[in-house]
Design a protein around this ligand. Structure first.
Ligand code: UT7
Length: 323
C-alpha cells in the first residue's frame, strides 16, 4: 500500500469586477487586438475594495471544503501559494486559518510566484505522505492588481486577481499509476534569471513596489522548461503522454500553453484553458483552471492530469496527479 495525497474537493473565487481588454485603450497605447493576439487574454477580474488575498483565499477554501463535504475541523494544515500576501507578515495562510474559524493545526505561505501552486502542491504532498497531516487545504491566491504599474502597457494588461483551492486527503493506494492522487512532482529554480521578472519593492525599499518583466525573455525560457519539467514528472510517475487526460497549465499566455502542449505531443483538446477569462493570476491560475475545468465537466473522476508552471525566480515545476 502507498499513501497518496488525493483531491477531495476543489473551489474558487473571482472578484466581481471584470475588466475587458478594451478598457485599457482609454489610458494606454494598446488595443484589444494586440492583447488577444499576443497573450490570448480577453478579460480579467480585479479585486474590489472588499477583496484581499486572504479574503479571496478564504472564499476559495470554503468552496473547496463544501465540495469535499468537510469542515475546517477536519483540516490539519493550510498551505497558501501567494506573492501578494495582505501584509509582509503574518502569512496570509494564518489569516485564512482565522477567517475559517480554525484554531488547531498549522498554516503557512509558499512564495514561488507563478510556480507557487505547484510548489504548494508538492509541499502538501510531502506533509501528507510523511504522515504530518491527513488533510491539507492547498490554495493559490493573488491580488496582482496591487503591484501593477498602470502606465506600463507591457505588464498591466496581462495580470488578474483571484483564488483557487484544493482539499487534499491522505488515502491508501495500491502503489500503481491507477492510484488516485499525486503520483509525482518536479520542482526547479534558477536565481540567475531573477532580473527577468521581479517586483521593485519590499523591505529593502520600504514600498510594496511594482512588477517588472522582460516578457519576451521569460517567454523564451517558458516552453522549453515547462515541457522538460512535465516530462520529468511524467517519467517519475511512470505515465506517458497518450495516457494524459488533461494538461492544466499555468495560464500566462495562450502561445506558451500551445507551444508546451505541442512539445509534449498532446493536443489542445486535452488542455484546460482559462487565460482568456482570467488573465495571468500567478499562483492562483492553476487551481482556478482546475476548479473551472471540474465544474464545466472537463475533469472527471479518475482523469490523469499534468500541471506545470513557471514564473519569477525563475522558478518552475510540474505535478502529475490522478483526480
Ligand atoms: O506568469 C509568469 C511568467 N510570465 C510569462 O510567462 C509571460 C511571458 N511573456 C509573454 O507572455 C509575452 O512575451 C508578452 C505577452 C509579455 C509579450 O509578447 P511578445 O510577443 O513577447 O511581445 P514583445 O514583448 O516582444 O513586444 C513586441 C512589441 C514591442 O514593440 P516594439 O519594441 O517591437 O516596437 C512592445 O513595445 O509589442 C509592444 N507592446 C505592446 N503593444 C501594444 C508590448 N506591450 C504592448 C501592449 N500593447 N500592451
Amino acid at each position: 500500500m502507498t499513501l497518496r495525497a488525493v483531491v477531495r474537493g476543489v473551489g474558487h473565487y473571482l472578484p466581481s469586477r471584470v475588466v475587458e481588454n478594451a478598457e485599457f485603450e482609454a489610458t494606454l497605447d494598446t488595443s484589444d487586438e494586440w492583447i488577444r493576439a499576443r497573450s490570448g487574454i480577453e478579460r480579467r477580474h480585479f479585486a474590489t475594495e472588499d477583496d484581499t488575498t486572504s479574503s479571496m483565499a478564504t472564499a476559495a477554501a470554503q468552496s473547496a471544503l463544501e465540495d469535499a463535504g468537510l469542515g475546517p475541523e477536519d483540516i490539519d494544515a493550510i498551505v497558501l501559494a501567494t506573492s501578494t500576501a495582505d501584509l509582509t507578515f503574518p502569512s496570509a495562510a494564518t489569516m485564512v486559518q482565522d477567517k475559517l474559524g480554525m484554531t488547531h493545526g498549522f498554516a503557512f505561505d509558499v512564495q514561488a510566484v507563478c510556480a507557487g501552486f505547484v510548489y504548494a502542491l508538492a509541499n502538501a504532498n510531502a506533509l501528507i505522505v510523511s504522515g504530518q497531516a491527513k488533510r491539507v487545504i492547498v490554495i493559490g491566491a493573488e491580488t496582482f492588481s496591487k503591484i501593477m504599474d498602470w502606465t506600463d502597457r507591457r505588464t498591466c494588461v496581462l495580470f488578474g486577481d483571484g483564488a483557487g483551492a484544493l482539499v487534499l486527503e491522505g488515502q491508501e493506494g495500491a502503489g500503481t499509476t491507477d492510484d488516485r492522487g499525486i503520483l509525482a512532482t518536479d520542482l526547479n529554480s534558477d536565481g540567475r534569471h531573477r532580473d527577468l521578472l521581479y517586483v521593485d519593492g519590499g523591505v529593502s525599499t520600504g514600498t510594496s513596489g511594482y512588477l517588472r518583466m522582460q516578457g519576451n525573455q521569460v517567454f523564451r525560457h517558458a516552453v522549453e522548461k515547462l515541457a522538460a519539467t512535465a516530462e520529468t514528472a511524467m517519467e517519475r510517475a511512470g505515465v506517458t503522454a497518450d495516457e494524459v487526460d488533461w494538461i492544466v497549465p499555468h495560464q500566462a499566455n495562450i502561445r506558451i500553453i500551445q507551444g508546451t502542449a505541442k512539445k509534449m505531443g498532446i493536443g489542445m483538446d486535452k488542455v484546460v484553458v482559462t487565460v482568456q477569462d482570467h488573465g495571468n493570476t500567478s499562483a492562483a491560475s492553476i487551481p482556478l483552471a482546475m476548479s473551472v475545468g471540474r465544474k464545466n465537466g472537463q475533469i472527471k473522476d479518475g482523469d490523469l492530469l499534468v500541471t506545470e508552471a513557471i514564473g519569477g525566480g525563475l522558478a518552475w515545476g510540474s505535478v502529475v496527479l490522478r483526480w
